[in-house]
Design a protein around this ligand. Structure first.
Ligand code: ADP
Length: 255
């Protein structure tokens, strides 16, 4: 098992929007090489968890750690550098750029290193630039989108944009990838492919957090599941244990 010092941790995190307590002293951990589901009813705080883990929202209390490092005060970009990448409920692609360039944007850190010498047009810089493109094409191939590399991103359908966004997240060489409703709006075939992509990420040692309404998909795919309600932790465990938890049954069946 990976060492505790390698986990992505939320520790006693609270987040309030005006009078709304979106998260109340919530703790959870994401381990490398696991697929971890985050479930809860609408408005229970799932997206807020992703937003505080990735630095889109500051927290009011508690802390976020990546391994031994407290990243609570770090910007989104600094957390990407620390290994935390994400996708959004509605894919955020740059519509007029090519699919390949959208993926390359995820590699901005490597690209910045390659660009500086490019200004002096050294052969080694050109080689590095092309190796970035090769890697971006490999990532697209990994999500089944190699054929679309040179198309404009807005020519793709919703489900295809979803896969491109995952490739872009992977381009940052993340240790953790947090996905917000990735199965939303996908066809059954695309959901199958998504499952394979997530398994491949897990096999590569990435910790995958999956916020998903599609509970069948979550319970089938995840190693562990955390359930929350009203921004509070309910339980965390294997899919079997979580789906039988009385509080989870009560929340979902309203019993
Ligand atoms: P979920 O993803 O589980 O549906 P959210 O994290 O989106 O839940 O929302 C949790 C609570 O926080 C809801 O009451 C929601 O209205 C509120 N909330 C989330 N984001 C904001 C925001 N940016 N401004 C104000 N309230 C927000």
């Amino acid at each position: 098992a990976p060492a505790v010092t390698e986990y992505l941790h939320a520790e006693g995190v609270s987040k309030q929007f005006g009078a709304v307590k979106a998260l109340s002293e919530l703790s959870l951990e994401l381990r490398p090489g696991e697929i971890h589901g985050l479930i809860g009813p609408n408005g229970s705080g799932k997206t807020t968890v992703l937003n505080v883990l990735t630095g889109y929202y500051p927290i009011d209390a508690g802390r976020i750690r990546v391994g031994g490092t407290d990243v609570s005060a770090l910007s989104v970009q600094r957390r990407v550098q620390a290994g935390v990448a994400r996708t959004f409920q509605k894919p955020r692609i740059l519509p007029t750029l090519s699919v390949l360039d959208n993926v390359l944007l995820g590699a901005w850190r490597d690209a910045a290193a390659a660009m500086l010498p490019t200004m002096f047009a050294t052969p080694s810089a050109r080689r590095r630039e092309s190796s970035l493109s090769i890697r971006a094409r490999e990532l697209l191939a990994g999500v089944g989108m190699a054929h679309a590399a040179d198309e404009r991103a807005d020519a793709l359908e919703h489900g295809e944009q979803r896969f491109v966004e995952i490739a872009r997240a992977l381009a940052s060489r993340p240790r953790f990838v947090l996905l917000d409703e990735p199965a939303g709006g996908l066809s059954n075939n695309e959901i199958e492919s998504l499952g394979e992509v997530l398994q491949a990420m897990k096999a590569a040692g990435i910790g995958v957090m999956l916020v998903e309404h599609h509970t069948d998909f979550v319970f089938r795919l995840c190693d562990r599941v955390t359930a929350i309600d009203f921004g509070r932790f309910i339980t965390c465990g294997t899919p079997q244990a979580v789906r039988c938890h009385p509080e989870v049954i009560r929340v979902y069946l309203g019993a």
